[in-house]
Each structure stands twice: as structure tokens, then as C-alpha cells.
Design a protein around this ligand. Sequence first.
Ligand code: ZN
Length: 47
Amino acid sequence: MTTFRCPVCGLHYPDATLAEKCAAWCRTHQSCNLAITRHAVASSESS
Ligand SMILES: [Zn+2]
């Protein structure tokens, strides 16, 4: 399964749009938006 990672906070998302929204929010607010991070998926990748 392909996931898209927010480069700022490192959370993984099932689609690129969510990852981009998360990254934009993280860069601007230096915090996480629950409305976005609730869509994050657990990743089994170690990195
Ligand atoms: Zn993020």
C-alpha cells in the first residue's frame, strides 16, 4: 500500500492531497491539525 508522508511531522496519509495539507499546516502552525491528522494511517515501515 502506497502512503504519502508529511515531511514536516512524518505522519503518513493514504493520499497526496492530505499529506500536502498536513505539510502546509505543519509549516505554518508548527503544530498538528486534528482534522487532518485523524486521516493519518499507521505505517509498518521502519523509517
Ligand atoms: Zn504534518
